[in-house]
Write a protein that binds this ligand. Structure first.
Ligand SMILES: [Fe+2]
Length: 301
């Protein structure tokens, strides 16, 4: 059995994203880091993927026939990304049924390195309270600063957190917005380091845009954040849709990097919660219940 630097079996057994498939040159080795280990990955012209621990003789940019590789890691392609695991991952990744709807734009908005733990980044993604102050005149604006009452549940059946009935006034909810509107949000956290957000679509009020953040933990205090978009927008070029999300993430990045401590404390008494933090409290409790110890400060037992 290979020694791993990460000693958290829950985290080792998860699927982790490595890169957006469209950004990987086919047939070439690419290098990255996952859980403090150097990994390589590649895709071929047919879309098959492979991932393996970095080894001598096969470096970034080298051409590779992935069918000939031995000693590879589990691999999966899903939602436009290559995923791997350093342990024994479940057969299936969490579902995002909307990804299969043919009229949606499916894009990697960006893969951005951030000096923060994965759980801190998830918690920020769940937090609506910062919208008017951090994403001023885009996702929020004064005086509309109140986080209204919403519902949170930990679904045992689906093993995920679900926050519903979230509403927030947004001056410019998406690239197809024509003005300010009350926007409905649903948040899912179906994976300790991934969250999926559904927000009402300005283009079709019966449907929702899907925006997900898939975090690749480089180590306990650094991630690459892969931002997946699956949106209804027939007007704008890819680069416009991506830039909108990159602008928002660029506003979050310094906030995330100033979090202290960088790891997320799971002890319920560690940080004073405010009412808006209901989803954060559920998330922390869920991580504790699952026994996640990577990127967190576990509660004293
Ligand atoms: Fe934000």
């Amino acid at each position: 059995m290979t020694q791993t630097r990460c000693k958290d079996p829950v985290t080792l057994n998860l699927w982790h994203p490595l890169a957006a498939i469209v950004e990987i040159p086919a047939g070439r080795v690419a290098e990255t880091v996952l859980l403090e280990e150097r990994l390589c990955y590649a895709v071929d012209e047919q879309g098959n993927a492979a991932a393996w621990r970095a080894r001598p003789g096969l470096r970034h940019g080298d051409s590779v026939d992935i069918a000939s590789l031995e000693d590879t890691l589990p691999v999966k392609t899903a939602y436009g990304y290559v995923w791997t695991s350093l342990g024994t991952p479940p057969a299936e990744l969490f579902p995002i049924p909307e990804f299969a709807e043919p009229d949606r734009r499916r894009l990697n908005a960006a893969s951005i390195g951030v000096n923060v733990s994965a759980p801190r980044a998830i918690e920020n993604f769940l937090d609506m309270g910062h919208f008017p102050y951090v994403h001023t005149d885009i996702l929020g604006a004064e005086p509309h600063t109140e986080v209204k009452e919403y519902d949170v549940e930990i679904s045992v059946e689906r093993d995920e957190i679900l926050a519903t009935r979230c509403r927030f006034f947004q001056p410019m909810a998406s690239t197809v917005s024509t003005g300010g509107a009350d926007v409905d949000y649903v948040y899912r956290v179906p994976h300790p380091f991934c969250s999926v957000l559904y927000k009402s679509s300005p283009a079709d009020e019966s449907r929702r845009d899907v925006i997900a953040v898939f975090l690749q933990p480089l180590d306990q205090e650094h991630v690459r954040a892969h931002m997946m978009l699956c949106v209804l927008d027939e007007e704008n070029e890819d680069k416009v849709i991506k830039r909108f999300q990159q602008t928002i993430f660029g506003q979050d990045k310094p906030i995330l990097e100033n979090q202290f401590p960088k790891r997320l404390p799971l002890d319920p008494r560690a940080e004073t919660p405010i009412r808006a933090d209901k989803s954060a409290i559920a998330y922390r409790r869920w991580l504790s219940q699952k026994g996640v110890t990577y990127g967190v400060i576990p509660a004293a037992t």
